[in-house]
Unconditional design. Sequence first.
Length: 328
Amino acid sequence: MIEMRQSRREALALLAGAGACAIAPARADDKPEKPKLNFALSVDASSFTPAYVAAARTWKEQGLDVQFNIFRNDAEAAQALAGDSVDVTLQSFDGLLSLIGANQPAVGFYAGFSQADFEWFSLPSIKTWNDLRGQTVGVSSFGSLTDQLTRHALRKHGLDPEKDVQIRQIGPSSAALAAMKSGRLGAGVLSAPFKWTAVEAGLTRLAVQTEEISKQWPKHTFIAKRAFLDKYPDTIRALLRAHVAAIRLAKADRPFTAKVLEERLKFTPDQALKAYDDVIAGFDERGNIPDMDMFWTIKKEAKEVTETWPREKYFDDRYLVSFAQWAP
């Protein structure tokens, strides 16, 4: 089942008045061939901040009328793209690999999301990774990125994920936090805003992804079918101009962007500002892919791949190479 929700563009547009930086208008010579675009995120999360800012302001500036779809996970977003229910998705590289592995003619074409923003927490009595022996450790689902990262971290600290701990599917961060607070779970991996709530609850912060795994992580990429990129190049350029403009606006106006996050994600004002500070440095307007070495290492450990894929198998560089010609 596809879950679709209209973005609250009209409400958010009211937030973008005074103080927001000027946005480059759409180019007459790059009029979108397909102005009505079906666009999807795999989930709602602060790492998608540029998309929320684009919905509030910059899509319309580029002549796009975007149907904004939010799914519950990568698999649903990938299924929608495969079935042509959406034209473009913004989701994880894991989702992209799954599409390609299923022989879908999909490809990433713009990245620039490098947030390594997961954190591991445990019960107050558990102070180190070694203290996890015999404990239960929560991940969102088996085979998920949180599962793969957690298994890698356990091995790094001399623990066998199959023998020394019991890994349990616990669902989203909210469920993992609740399970730890009730004492039903020894440790878990959390995302925003629950990692901040965990600190307030007195749980032990075991590690952060930037230190435990890598300073940067290839978090998200824009994905479309290759035929769509070939058929609608001006539409894609308009979408990416809106994306670049949204990043510039977000970096220039912290209060406005925090208000967008409050509205979109139902964060408190304090959570929205923390979320902004947590993710903003990880957005690269030029769409570059951060270092992939650790990504491929973890995928090999999970036996999802046997070797590092050549870049051309999963990424189309045409818009990165031509940035100076189409960017706002």
